[in-house]
Design a protein around this ligand. Structure first.
Ligand code: 26V
Length: 806
């Protein structure tokens, strides 16, 4: 994509600095250099971007649109440099200039337009779609505020706004000419035309402009540039009444502008519980309506064909139910604006849409109050109502055996709209994100729908982009891998399997270990700079990084640490492999128990880290403000990957894949993709423990679990819980009573006590296994070798062949 060598790249930066910043290489700030490099990349990208679009138009190839409320893309500078083949040249140039490359790249604000796994998955998918050369685009919201910035003050999480756009974002291009109008509210009028068809008109609607900002998505070394289109809400010209400050209406008008801009104002930070917030519904409709109008406009630009032909050239993947208003919105446009009858419109709609489910946690499932949809989207409500009527009717006539289940299957019931039901009925494909998750969907959560539509259901086990999560974040390991198996694994990640030939090769294992030590030192340096805590880099780096949720059981990890601490206090000479427990996690701002766990981790850390008896044997650190960039620092240094969710709860997990790919050994439950990781690497290369999903679901269904009896029977458990309740950690006795009560009086809903014993024993095995470094490095190499299967390239190829048919 470029003809640069270090000398000409140097000259190019110099030129940019001069022309754009009126400064020199010597005087420029790191930020100015960052902007100069970004601008050089954009200059290279623009023509390729144009050509990619031309090619799609000319070849009339089928395109996929990935609609998602979240794209957790993180920083782009390094991956863009890498994908256009400039990373080494740029690094060398910067070093020659006496600049530290990472200091320059850090100038980019980490784009946090997502909460966690679901948003990061969308970002990995875009990378793989482009790198595999498919025509696929992301469509999302350009939130002015991304996920909050987390600060810890006296152990408590405090949220600060993430105003990521306060400085220019160099990757985006505003496209005002492609703005579309979105309408909310108002009254719907239906007029019957002479031919019997309906004419729909609206009165008193509020209108908003959706203005697109395009971010290029570069394929790896293939000259492909796809688009991530992020929509921003602005005042529509129709509503701009040009009032002057003396007007009475003036402040009312300012208020109105503010409320419009709020639609793309901020990302909702709660991914644990659904709340029927009107603003969130507005965001969803805003995204869906803008995207569909855009898709139709693109289809018309590329083809001279009726919209009924769209499904041959277009497919729309919706990321969870958040964009599921796509079903009634497509119906509305096809019928009201394009004149199709119901049957034809339904056929087109259901051949365009495919839905991915990412959770079975009932508290996270979206159910909107009927009244809210009626008020905000009156025409869409009429359509949803009709979809529901026809659907229930169809069950009644074609599936008599399901007649008594209709109320459970209905899209509208008890004055609520069940978005998952709407999405299933309105799509041709429904997929889960790991084998076990799809099985639970088919046989439990969506059982009746599976009976109705067995062919719609399919599994697509998640993946991660190995280009970012291995090649980019761990250049040391990546180059050592290339040294032994050659470079082809970057294009064909399954080729990592060739590493299996080196799992008994002592020199290779030694180099792998050197890379791990190098990454551990870098992380230790960061931790020291951040919080003045010195890590023992000869200790096991035991990592749990993910959103803070009860089901992910960070609490069980903390209980284990308290237990180890007690053991060491009782017997200071105990033979234990030194450990460093590393946490990073954001809690939803209103999730009280999750915040309590963050506080507990800090209190335990301060007791353990400051106890002279413990010496270098145990350390606990919590790194604040977990985001993509922090994950990139931690993951290469991880040796134990904690994936300890209550079985059946974690749909897939993707952090498990990222750490495995960097040579960490998973300590996990039989949940999500952990199961597939185990099946692939084998029992000898993973530490599995705990209840199975079947056992958990059985307890939920039939009872039989009693947390208190474990408390009374297991002295280790009793001691930890009594310390929690007795003020040993924390300044006052009542400090953690909510956590204590939740276990003791709400019967430990996530089976922390039940799995505690097996968890402790598994960690004893880990402790022993680590002492045999040769054996440990062999396990690490085996994990890396098998991690290619969890590349999102594999996942995308499956979407392409089974669902998208590109
Ligand atoms: C849920 C909600 C619910 C209420 C409104 C706001 C909001 C925003 C996001 C979410 C996402 C919950 C679903 C989710 O993130 N699932 C995760 O998806 C990952 C990718 O498939 C998967 O690896 C994780 O296991 C799964 O928890």
């Amino acid at each position: 994509m470029h003809n640069y060598d270090p000398a000409s790249f140097h000259t190019a930066i110099e030129g940019k600095l001069k022309r754009k910043h009126r400064t020199t290489l010597e005087e420029a700030t790191d930020k100015e250099i960052y902007y100069s490099i970004a601008s050089i990349i954009q200059d290279l990208v623009m023509p390729k971007w144009f050509e990619t679009n031309q090619e799609i138009q000319q070849n009339k190839s089928k395109q996929v649109y990935y609609i998602s409320m979240e794209f957790l893309i993180g920083r782009l500078i390094e991956s863009n440099l890498q994908n256009c083949g400039l990373l080494d040249i740029c690094n060398q140039t910067l070093l020659d200039l006496g600049r530290r490359p990472e200091r320059i790249y850090e100038q980019e604000h980490d784009a946090a337009l997502g909460n966690g796994g679901l948003g990061r998955l969308a970002a990995c998918f875009l990378d793989s779609i482009a790198s595999l050369g498919y025509a696929g685009h992301g469509s999302g919201i350009r939130y002015r505020y991304g996920l909050f910035e987390q600060r810890i003050i006296h152990g408590n999480q405090v949220e600060l706004p993430d105003y990521w756009l306060k400085e220019e974002y160099p990757w985006e291009t505003r496209k005002p000419d492609e703005a579309v109008e979105i309408r909310f509210g108002g009254t719907v009028h239906e007029h019957k035309r002479r031919d019997g068809s309906l004419e729909i008109s609206y009165e008193n609607t509020d209108s908003v402009m959706a203005v697109p900002y395009d971010v290029p998505v570069l394929g790896y070394h293939n000259e492909v540039v796809n688009t991530l289109r992020l929509w921003s809400a602005e005042l529509s010209p129709a509503e701009n009444k040009g009032l002057s400050a003396s007007d009475q209406q003036y402040y009312h008008h300012l208020d109105h502008i503010h409320s419009i801009e709020q639609i793309s104002g901020f990302l909702y930070p709660d991914d644990s519980t659904f709340e029927g917030k009107e603003l969130r519904l507005k965001q969803q409709y805003f995204l869906v309506s803008a995207t569909i109008k855009n898709i139709i406009a693109n289809f018309r630009r590329n083809h001279d064909l009726p919209l009924s032909m769209m499904p041959e050239y277009t497919v729309i993947q919706i990321n969870d139910t958040h964009p599921s208003l796509a079903v009634p919105e497509l119906m509305r446009i096809l019928m009201d604006e394009e004149g199709y009858g119901w049957e034809k419109a339904w056929q087109i709609t259901t051949n365009l849409l495919a839905y991915t489910n990412h959770t079975t946690l009932s508290e996270a499932l979206e159910k909107w109050p009927v009244s809210m949809i009626q008020n905000l989207l009156p025409r869409l409500y009429m359509i949803i109502h009709e979809i529901n009527e026809r659907f229930c009717e169809q069950i009644y006539t074609t599936h008599p055996e399901l007649r008594d289940k209709i109320h459970e299957l209905a899209i509208i019931s008890y004055e609520q709209i069940h978005m998952a039901h709407l999405a299933i009925v309105g799509s041709f494909s429904v997929n889960g994100v790991a084998k076990i998750h799809t099985e639970i969907l088919k046989n439990k959560e969506m059982k009746n729908f599976y009976t109705l539509y067995p062919k719609k259901f399919n599994n697509k086990t998640n993946g991660i982009t190995h280009r970012r999560w291995l090649q980019q974040v761990n250049p040391c390991l990546a180059s050592k891998i290339t040294d032994v198996i050659g470079p082809r694994w970057v294009h064909e990640p399954h080729k990592l399997m060739n590493l299996l030939r080196y799992t008994n090769d002592a020199p290779f294992l030694e180099t792998m270990k050197d890379c791990k030590q190098h990454s551990k030192h870098l992380l230790a340096k960061y931790v020291y700079e951040q919080q003045g805590v010195k890590l023992n880099t000869d200790s096991i780096f035991d990592v749990q990084i993910k959103r803070l949720h009860e089901y992910k059981r960070q609490l069980m990890n903390v209980f284990h640490i308290i237990y180890l601490y007690n053991e060491l206090k009782d017997n200071p000479n105990m033979d234990i492999t030194p450990r460093t427990f590393i946490f990073a996690a954001k809690a939803a701002p209103s999730y009280h128990l999750a915040k309590e766990v963050i506080k507990l981790i800090h209190h335990v850390a301060s007791v353990v880290n400051n106890d002279p008896d413990i010496k270098d044997k145990l350390k606990v650190v919590f790194l604040e403000n977990y985001n993509v960039s922090l994950a990139e620092k931690i993951i290469p240094a991880a040796e134990v990957s904690e994936q300890i969710s209550t079985a059946s709860k974690e749909a897939s997990g993707t952090g498990n894949m990222k750490m495995m790919m960097n040579g960490a050994i998973t300590c996990g439950t039989l949940d999500g993709a952990n199961i597939e990781i185990r099946d692939f690497v084998g029992d000898d290369n993973i530490f599995i423990f705990g209840l199975t999903a079947e056992q958990v679901l059985d307890y939920y269904a039939h009872g039989g679990y009693d947390a208190k009896s474990i408390y009374h029977a297991d002295v280790r458990v009793k001691r930890v819980l009594d310390q929690l309740n007795g003020g040993v950690f924390g300044s006052q006795e009542i400090e953690f009573k909510d956590l204590f009560y939740n276990i003791m009086y709400h019967n430990d809903p996530f089976f922390v006590l039940k799995d505690f014993g097996p968890y402790v024993e598994t960690h004893e095995m880990i402790d022993r296994a680590y002492r045999d470094q040769n054996h440990w490095q062999r396990m690490a190499a085996t994990n890396i070798a098998h991690s290619g299967k969890f590349s999102s390239d594999r996942t995308i190829m499956e979407y392409v062949s089974d669902i998208w048919k590109l």
